[in-house]
Design a protein around this ligand. Structure first.
Ligand code: ADP
Ligand code: DP6
Ligand code: CO
Length: 329
């Protein structure tokens, strides 16, 4: 039996990915940019089942998440991902996958990103694929688009384009910290995947969202290259609100931000007036991530403590193998 264990951290997008041009290959309608965190890791072990020797593909993969057998949907997603790995490896061997998320699952804190980045890294090793970081990013993308960016340390840009060119890579930018304000750990009612599809199919604003994301990303890359925290922050906050606007314009509508989430955006805007320069964003869920300069990070954390549980985080590492062991079956 061959086993491998990997660890990956979530990433929070400053320019968001919202919409696919190819649902099968998971190619985005536009590029995006994120910060990989140094907290809330996912740890995933992939253990290959003993070969049956029959050459037939009769077994099933099993997936346990956070100590319990995962749902049919989540297991199906893992199996489809492993099918891609098996295709690359020329293998029919099934696997037992065990994973733990330190972030809440499906709550807008990027569990699918850390989850599939860890799974890609562990599965590639267990099935004996020799992939570089770029190809691991392309592979992770097939599990969850945002996972492509959790292969990269710190700030990462994920390129739109065809399969060969749609991977994430590091970009330099201003040193920053993030305060994660967790206002609700419940699993979202509509997954990112389903909500993204509904937005593309029903929002009259979707074409404008695509062009505005392209503009935001170009401006964000310039701001990062100029080491300009203020510009990075302004783009981050306005772009996040645009994403939530396009999501709310679906039919039937979806609203991920809760009243407390909006209160955090307002509180951060008020803090800026007082000289504490910070900017808010939120993924597909009610929890808010606020970027801040390192020297003001603790003040920000303390100021937001009343809104939920707060955690001060920084830039973290891309997914890594933490244990690769082969033992006789
Ligand atoms: P989030 O905001 O947490 O990324 P999503 O709706 O994008 O929420 O994705 C949640 C789904 O991602 C889960 O329902 C499950 O299918 C998958 N997922 C979460 N964690 C893991 C993991 N550790 N390993 C594999 N799949 C995972
Ligand atoms: C709002 O990567 O979770 O977090 O590719 O369907 O798995 P799938 O979606 P996912 O979407 C992330 C959406 C977002 C923005 C972002 O992370 O860029
Ligand atoms: Co996700």
């Amino acid at each position: 039996m061959t086993t491998a264990t990997a660890r990956a951290y979530p990433n929070i997008a400053l320019v968001k990915y919202w919409g696919k041009q190819d649902e099968d290959l998971i190619l985005p309608v536009a590029g995006s940019l994120s910060l990989t965190l140094d907290a809330f890791p996912t740890t995933t072990t992939v253990a290959l089942d003993a070969a049956t020797g029959t050459g037939t593909n009769t077994g099933i993969d099993t997936f346990s998440l956070n100590g319990a057998v995962a749902s049919t949907d989540a297991t199906g997603r893992v199996t489809r991902f492993l099918d891609r790995v098996r295709e690359l490896a020329g293998s029919e061997t099934r696997a037992t996958v065990t994973s733990t998320n330190e972030a809440p699952t499906g709550a807008g804190l990027a569990s699918s990103a850390s989850g599939f980045a860890a799974l890609a890294t562990a599965a590639a090793a267990a099935y004996g694929l020799d992939l570089d970081r770029r190809d691991l990013s392309r592979l992770a993308r097939r599990g969850s688009g945002s996972a492509s960016r959790s292969l990269v340390d710190g700030l990462a840009v994920w390129h739109a384009g065809d399969d060969a060119h749609s991977y994430a890579e590091a970009v330099a930018g201003p040193d920053m910290r993030m305060v994660i304000v967790t206002v609700d750990t419940a699993q979202k009612a509509v997954s990112s995947r389903a909500a993204m599809r509904r937005t593309a199919l029903t929002s009259p604003f979707f074409p404008a969202w695509i062009s505005s994301t392209e503009e935001s990303l170009a401006a964000m890359l310039e701001a990062c290259a100029a080491d300009d925290f203020t510009r990075v922050g302004r783009i981050t906050e306005s772009h996040a609100l645009r994403m939530h606007a396009v999501i709310q314009s679906c039919d039937p509508p979806i609203r991920y931000l809760a009243p407390t989430s909006v209160a955090v955006f307002d509180a951060v805007a008020a803090l800026r007036e007082q000289g504490l320069e910070a900017y808010s964003t939120a993924d597909a869920g009610p929890n808010v991530a606020v970027i801040v300069r390192p020297e003001q990070a603790e003040d920000l954390r303390d100021a937001l403590a009343g809104f939920g549980s707060v955690r001060l985080v920084g830039a973290g590492d891309g997914a890594r193998l933490i244990d690769a062991g082969a033992s006789p079956a």
